[in-house]
Design a protein around this ligand. Sequence first.
Ligand code: P6P
Length: 354
Amino acid sequence: MKKRISLTQYLVEQQRQHGHIPGQLRLLIEVVARACKRISLSVNKGALGDVLGSADTENVQGEVQKKLDVIANEVLIEANEWGGHLAAMASEEMEDIYAVPNRFPQGEYLLLFDPLDGSSNIDVNVSIGTIFSVLKKPETGAERREPHTLGEADFLQPGSAQAAAGYCVYGPQTTLVLTVGDGVAVFTLDREQGSWTLTQDGIRIPDDTQEFAINMSNKRHWAAPVTRYIDECLAGRDGPRGKDFNMRWIASMVADVHRILTRGGVFLYPWDKREPGKAGKLRLMYEANPMAFLIEQAGGAATDGRRRILDIAPQRLHERVSVVLGSKNEVDRATRYHLEADANPSSNPLPPLY
Ligand code: P6P
């Protein structure tokens, strides 16, 4: 019987080998993992737990919240606010940052999350998930004189500054996927033990793929480089790509990204003409950045069609971004098509660089 390694043992051994996981970060990751276990219990109850349907409230994005969106957000806040590892949190479901209350000790980290991504799939029993990103609280000279009042600006760090990132997929299995900057590891929830068990480590995404993920119903709204890239995939072996492609679209980013981490592929959620002032649908800070960190740590690539996602300097906490991520050679090709179109603006009025 192969010895199973727990999440805690993995984190301790990673710290011994690479020194990337100080005590507060290890505690943070373990607390988030415990919160995901708690969320999984609510998700798995479904109709038996009165957790389906709408909460009849709206979030900062103007989206109607599902009951489970609100539950997952509360679970993450309550689990993380008292431990002394965090200074503040930010969530897709909350307009402003949540500073750790004064009655608790402040820690060195900032936690950002989409508590329940893909919630349109909740009521139809399709995989959904929690996405999280960890940043260091910025050092400020003021801290030496008086406690620094944390604000949104403290969160506005590029994705390359992340100390850790991960997601939990609530699907046929409940899996936690994590990186602290030394590769990508997968933990499966052992419901009998109630523990996270390492089931994959050192994930590698193939550089090439024959599978793309995009919401095809938006095709008429895309910019030309996206249309060019997808049309070539659809042309198959008789077209310029010389091979057939398959398509998958789960409409849960965590599920689509998990498939890509597991077997390769390319995921696109690009800018489109419906709302020209909006860079894309997905949020930079707590969707694109953590997923880009994971994808790059697994040997893949992630851009906004032009720039490396992790290099983007955020301007607002809830800002949106176009996303092209997955198998490196496909992301490079789609990105090249955008840059070629930029070089010939007459060929296609592209969105301004955000
Ligand atoms: P569409 C879920 O709402 C989400 O934010 C991502 O998880 C997912 O990839 C995308 O939106 C799905 O968008 O337009 O297909 O419903």
